[in-house]
Design a protein around this ligand. Sequence first.
Ligand SMILES: Nc1ncnc2c1ncn2[C@@H]1O[C@H](COP(=O)(O)OP(=O)(O)OP(=O)(O)O)[C@@H](O)[C@H]1O
Ligand SMILES: [Mg+2]
Length: 261
Amino acid sequence: MGKAIAVHSYKGGTGKTSISANLAALYASNGRNVCLLDYDFRAPSIHVLFKTKINNTLNGYLEERCEITDALHDLSGKYRTKGRLHVGFADPSTEAMREMMTKDRKWEMRALHRTLAAKNTLYSKVEADFLIFDTSPGVSYSSINALASSDFVILVSKLDEFDIEGTKELVHGIYESLGRKTGLLLNRIPTEQFPMGAGQKELEQSMTKIFNLPFLGIIPCYCDIQANGGRHLFAVEQPKHPFSQALLEVIGRVEQHLDAA
Ligand SMILES: Nc1ncnc2c1ncn2[C@@H]1O[C@H](COP(=O)(O)OP(=O)(O)OP(=O)(O)O)[C@@H](O)[C@H]1O
Ligand SMILES: [Mg+2]
């Protein structure tokens, strides 16, 4: 049986899309079969990174216009990954984004059932080892559906007060009731704020105390990622880049928590 991981945050721009796409690429490079699913229907981005012709979208699957397998794009050949890298895109047209924002609760419940059914198909027919959901920031239904469908949530935050305060509320208001295994990942930390030596342990302890969640790591703000993150899949194009290496460590920690009873 595969595992599903959602990458989520309270605020936008914390690095969810960069992290989810690169995690998917790292898993596939390491020989695992991965399905990366863009559940950010309000502002899709994954298609920008992968630049491929989109046939069916995840919108089409949720609206019962196609099967989940029809909405997958196999990009293993393009990136020469050992395992299969399948990507499901959200429809990036303005019309589709607006349409998804008008869905009512009943539709979203149906979308949750469709998402859970898709998981089974992706595990059994596509033999996926991992599903990775990229999500919209905050409490949109599609994000909650992705969280509810996951075995593990990577909750990403920057280190400023807006992010930290909002993330606290998210944990209290949503995560505690959902009861999913969750880990906190700090990303885009400016050099001047990045702790050195013993400072890292202290930061980890203070974050663990504030959020009462396992700590997955702290990733600096890299200028080249900032400038080219939407252009390059660093995990396969520059596997030795510290961003790629940091995400490999995150994978190690996530797997420890997934394996724990
Ligand atoms: N560690 C990092 N260092 C520097 N830049 C980063 C880092 N991680 C992500 N970025 C950059 O930050 C910007 C936002 O990243 P990304 O789009 O992945 O965030 P997001 O959380 O998905 O945003 P949104 O909430 O709008 O979907 C991009 O320009 C990306 O390249
Ligand atoms: Mg994003």
